[in-house]
Design a protein around this ligand. Structure first.
Ligand code: SAH
Ligand code: SF4
Length: 397
C-alpha cells in the first residue's frame, strides 16, 4: 500500500533558495559554534548548545518555537539563522509483512537539485531495524545490486543521515514522549532498536559524514542508540576498515558474497582493487572484534553462481580465526537482473555446512519484497545533472 503524505502531515517544507543552513548533523562542538553565529556570547554557547541538542535529539522537535526553555528572542534569532527541517516524505509504503519504506526528498543542494533516497523499517517481535542510506546512488557496481545500477549522485551530509533516523522516529512514533503516551508500548521499549547502514551507497566512501552522524545517533543524551546496535555494512573498502573501527566504532558487516577472487571480482568489482585476502586481513585486526562482538559476513545466495557445498566449505576456511557470523541473504530480484535466487534446499545445505563448522548462519527472511524494500532493491530516480541541465535549472530559479 502506498500512501502519499499530505503537506499537512509532512514536516516543514523547504523554501526555495533558503540560505539558512540546518542545525541537524552538527557535532556538539559544531552546535556550540553555531550558537555563536546566532549571537550567543561565548560563555553561554556550550550551555545553549546543550539545550538545543536536547530538543533536537531527545525530543525530536521540528521547530524552534517548541524549545520552550530558551528565551523567545534567542529562539527568534535561531529561526532567522538556521533551519531544523526533515526531508520531505514523497511516499510511504507498507508491505503486507509490516515493513515500511519511505522515499525521501532532500533539501536542494547548492545547484538547487532535490535528490531522493530510500529508507526501510523492518519490525520484528523483539526488535525494529531501520535501514538507512549513506549516499544517493553508489560509485560501485556490484552486479546483483539494484542500487549499483544508479550512478553516484552525491554523498549525503551528516544532517541528512541523522534526519533519516529522526524522520523514521516521527513516522513510527518512537520519540520518548510518544512511547510514554502509548498504551501498548513495544516489548523492547522502543520501536527502532537497531540501525543498519545497508541502504543506498557505500558508507566508507562517505566516511566523515557517516562518522559524525553515528556519533549523534549514539549520543546518550539524544537518540541514544548504542553503537553495538548500529551496523555499518561495507563492500570491502579495505583502507578504511581499521579507521572505521577506531573512529566510528559500530558493528561491522562485510559484503563478501564470493569465496574465490574469480567469483567475487564478478559480483563485487571492488574486489579487483582489494581482493579477498586483503579484506580478511583487515577484518582480523578490526578494532573491537571479539566473540561477543562478531563481524557479520553477508552472503547473497545466487543460483548457480556462489551456492555450492564447495563454496560453503571454502567460506568456512576463509573465516578461520575471525570472530564471525554469516548472514545468508536470499537474492532479492529486481527488474532487469541477470540473477536468480538459489533454491531453498540449496540454501539449507549451505547453511548446514556453516552451522556444523560452528558459524551461526541465519538465513535472512526476505522482508518487504512486495514493495521493493528488501536488501539491494533500493534505488531512486535521482541522477547527477549534466552541466547543460544544471544551467537550465539555474535559469529557472
Ligand atoms: N554498500 C554497502 C551497504 C549497502 S548494501 C555494502 O555493499 O555492503 C546492503 C547489503 O545488501 C549488502 O550486503 C549487499 O551486498 C546486499 N545486496 C545488494 N543487492 C542485493 C540483492 N539484490 N539481494 C540481496 N542482497 C543484496
Ligand atoms: Fe553499492 Fe553496496 Fe550495492 Fe555494491 S552492494 S553497488 S557497494 S550499495
Amino acid at each position: 500500500m502506498t500512501t502519499l503524505l499530505s503537506t499537512v502531515e509532512a514536516p516543514p517544507r523547504y523554501i526555495p533558495n533558503d540560505p539558512r543552513p540546518t542545525l541537524l548533523g552538527l557535532t556538539r562542538e559544531g552546535l556550540a559554534e553555531a550558537m555563536g553565529r546566532a549571537g550567543v556570547p561565548e560563555k553561554q554557547r556550550r550551555m545553549r548548545a546543550g539545550q538545543v541538542w536536547h530538543w533536537l535529539y531527545q525530543r525530536g522537535v521540528t521547530s524552534f518555537a517548541e524549545m520552550t526553555n530558551i528565551a523567545k528572542d534567542l529562539r527568534q534569532r535561531l529561526e532567522e539563522t538556521f533551519i531544523i527541517g526533515r526531508p520531505e516524505i514523497v511516499t510511504e509504503q507498507t508491505s503486507n509483512d509490516g515493513t515500511k519504506k519511505w522515499l525521501l526528498r532532500l533539501a536542494p543542494d547548492e545547484r538547487g537539485a532535490r535528490h531522493e533516497v530510500e529508507m526501510v523499517y523492518i519490525p520484528e517481535e523483539d526488535r525494529g531495524t531501520l535501514c538507512i542510506s549513506s549516499q544517493v546512488g553508489c560509485t560501485l557496481t556490484c552486479t546483483f545490486c539494484h542500487t549499483g545500477t544508479q550512478k553516484l549522485v552525491r554523498n549525503l551530509t551528516a544532517g541528512e543521515i541523522v534526519a533519516q533516523v529522526m524522520t523514521a522516529r516521527d513516522r513510527v512514533k518512537d520519540w520518548p514522549q510518544d512511547i510514554e503516551a502509548n498504551p501498548t508500548p513495544p516489548l523492547s521499549g522502543r520501536y527502532i532498536t537497531n540501525v543498519v547502514l545497508m541502504g543506498m551507497g557505500e558508507p566508507l566512501y562517505n566516511f566523515d559524514n557517516v562518522k559524525d552522524a553515528m556519533e549523534i545517533v549514539s549520543d546518550g543524551e539524544g537518540i541514544s542508540l548504542s553503537k553495538r546496535r548500529i551496523t555499518l555494512s561495507t563492500s570491502g573498502v579495505v583502507p578504511e576498515i581499521q579507521r572505521a573501527g577506531d573512529e566510528i566504532g559500530t558493528m561491522l558487516a562485510i559484503s563478501l558474497h564470493g569465496t574465490t577472487d574469480e567469483i567475487r571480482d564478478k559480483l563485487v568489482p571492488l574486489n579487483k582493487k582489494y581482493p579477498i585476502k586483503e579484506l580478511l586481513t583487515a577484518c582480523r585486526s578490526y578494532p573491537g572484534a571479539s566473540n561477543a562482538r562478531r563481524i557479520t559476513f553477508e552472503y547473497v545466495m545466487l543460483k548457480g553462481v556462489n551456492d555450492t557445498p564447495a563454496d560453503a566449505k571454502r567460506l568456512v576456511q576463509l573465516l578461520k580465526g575471525i570472530p564471525a557470523k554469516v548472514n545468508l541473504i536470499p537474492f532479492n530480484p529486481w527488474p532487469g537482473t541477470q540473477y536468480e535466487c538459489s533454491e531453498w534446499d540449496t540454501i539449507e545445505v549451505f547453511a548446514e555446512i556453516l552451522n556444523r563448522a560452528g558459524y551461526a548462519s541465519p538465513v535472512r527472511t526476505p522482508r518487504g519484497r512486495d514493495i521493493m524494500a528488501a536488501c539491494g532493491q533500493l534505488k531512486s530516480e535521482s541522477q547527477k545533472l549534466r552541466a547543460k541541465e544544471r544551467i537550465a535549472l539555474d535559469a529557472t530559479q
